[in-house]
Design a protein. Structure first.
Length: 205
């Protein structure tokens, strides 16, 4: 009788262990599959957004060429200069050498106060990343005018820049902004982030 009980206990233990192992394997495998599916979905979503953004830029490039033919060059040059200088102020940056308060002051001839407060928040002064101070440099800036209504202009800015935190390796990126420009005031009145277009220091896109 004792042997039968021991055998029953051993069989139950083996069966329970097998079920438990199967459950653990299923859970681990399910979690791994779910994580992989989630990562794939994020990558696909990012790629889709990037393609959509590139289509918008391609369309705006065509419109930009058409708009220049029927518009006085002076306001377009003013828009191009103001937007380019504003993004130079934004991206040519060494956190250890200049504050956002100073950058706001330097940008008063380029953009409205709300835009300067948005791009250069005073709350960021004195802060730094876990890796050290942030440095960045603008490598290129292309302005494409998309629409005009009187003295009001709307354009896309495609900015190529390099950024570095502390002693980490620098990384390159291409980023897109939508800007609005008031030709009467000669100021950028709005700057909206559209998103990342590509990454990589050697990206030629």
């Amino acid at each position: 009788m004792e042997n039968k009980q021991k055998l029953g206990i051993l069989l139950f233990g083996a069966l329970f262990g097998s079920v438990l192992a199967s459950g653990v394997w299923y859970y681990v495998n399910h979690e791994h599959t779910t994580q992989q599916a989630s990562k794939t979905a994020v990558v696909q979503s990012t790629n889709t957004k990037t393609k959509e953004l590139q289509k918008i830029i391609d369309q705006v490039k065509k419109e930009n060429g058409q708009l220049k033919k029927g518009t006085s060059e002076t306001p377009l040059l003013d828009l191009d200069n103001s937007a380019t200088q504003l993004f130079q102020l934004y991206y040519n940056y060494d956190q250890s050498k200049i504050t956002n308060k100073e950058r706001q002051r330097k940008g008063v001839a380029l953009a409205d106060s709300p835009v300067l407060e948005q791009l250069f928040p005073l709350s960021a002064d004195g802060m730094k990343s876990d890796f050290g101070f942030i440095k960045s440099q603008m490598n290129d800036c292309q302005i494409y005018v998309a629409a005009q209504n009187g003295a009001q202009y709307e354009a896309l800015a495609v900015v190529k820049y390099t950024t570095q935190a502390g002693s980490l390796e620098p990384s390159g990126m291409r980023y897109v902004w939508k800007v609005k420009y008031d030709g009467d005031k000669k100021l950028i009145t709005e700057a909206t982030e559209m998103g990342r277009l590509s990454t990589g220091l050697n990206s030629s896109e």
